[in-house]
Design a protein around this ligand. Structure first.
Ligand SMILES: Cc1ncc(COP(=O)(O)O)c(C=O)c1O
Length: 309
């Protein structure tokens, strides 16, 4: 039997400025917590490398945005930062990394609407080691299937109560889509809208690239992602990588994208904070791009992404 990954848990609590540490192997939530009874809450998942959380401000900003969409009063940024620093340090003290290349921790921030009848949200930071599967997929790439999410691309604006641009705890649908893909022999999913637009992965943003080489031998590289207003989560990784790619001379583009655009691309990736850039090898069984071009572009973007703090 494999033992569970070691988790450090710190609740945000005004009486404990650096977080109230609790035993993650013991029950800690009341059964009436609306995070458990309704999936009513929000979260962020971040990556700490060498003890430093990457893109922390972008994650805290998105957490604030999600809280606004759910009318949820959440702890302030300073409280989060103190609890995050303390929890990451505690994890590294309890479980020192085996090697510098194995020094990745997943830092999750969770806020629920709290117990039924009370008005205080429940909020915590949870730190655990990054799994090997994500790291492997960065290297090997992934096979993806397209799945219809069942909404059209205008729904986010028409029906804001669907909370499509917020990172809510209601991820059962996203996890079901991943299980569905695995039953089909695929690794991951790209959702499409009912009107045929490319949206996002269940836990990632879609990126694609085109390389155009002109007669004089100069080449223009263009990085493209679906339009945000189609009801997708604004990815902190996509935002940071776009800024770095622009500074490195890439051109940037924003959808609307259709599945054929992905099939015609020189390379496609799913990007997210923990797995980072996962190159897409096949979509619905069809090979994407040319392996050598994909490899070269992936190496270049990986280097840009690794440089982001
Ligand atoms: C639906 C969805 N889209 C995109 C992302 C990527 O976001 P980020 O790059 O901030 O990790 C995630 C991350 O979990 C997600 O759940």
């Amino acid at each position: 039997m494999t033992s569970p990954a070691p988790v450090v848990l710190a609740f945000l609590d005004p009486a404990f400025p650096d977080g109230r540490f609790a035993d993650a192997s013991q029950p800690q939530l009341l059964v009436t917590d609306q995070g458990a009874t309704r999936g009513d809450g929000i979260f962020e998942t971040m990556l700490a490398v060498g003890g430093t959380v990457r893109k922390i401000q972008a994650h805290l900003d998105r957490l604030t945005g999600s809280a606004g969409a759910l009318d949820l009063a959440i702890p302030g940024e300073d409280e989060w930062r103190r609890a995050i620093t303390a929890a990451v340090s505690e994890h590294r003290a309890q479980h020192p990394p085996a090697s510098a290349t194995d020094d990745e921790l997943v830092v999750k921030l969770v806020v629920t609407r709290g117990v039924e009848g009370a008005s205080t949200p429940t909020a915590w930071v949870q730190v655990s080691p990054a799994g090997a599967a994500g790291r492997r997929q960065r290297e090997t790439g992934i096979d993806v299937i397209l799945l219809d999410r069942g909404y059209d691309s205008d729904v986010a604006e028409r029906a804001p109560w669907l909370l499509l641009g917020a990172k809510t705890l209601s991820y059962a649908v996203n996890m079901a889509a991943l299980r569905y893909a695995r039953k089909q022999g695929a690794d991951d999913v790209i959702f499409t809208s009912s009107d045929g637009r490319v949206l996002e992965g269940p836990t990632s943003t879609v990126l694609m690239a085109h390389v155009e080489t002109s007669d004089d031998g100069t080449s223009v590289k263009r990085l493209i992602t679906p339009l945000l207003d189609s009801g997708i989560l604004p990815g902190t990784s996509q935002g940071a990588l776009f800024a770095a790619a622009k500074a490195a001379g890439w051109e940037l583009g924003y959808g609307p994208l259709e599945p054929q655009d992905l099939l015609d691309a020189d390379a496609v990736w799913l990007i997210s904070s923990v797995r980072m850039l996962a190159p897409v090898n096949r979509i619905d069984g069809k090979e994407i791009g040319t392996p050598s071009v994909q490899k070269e572009l992936t190496a270049e973007l990986n280097e840009l992404f690794a440089g982001i703090q």
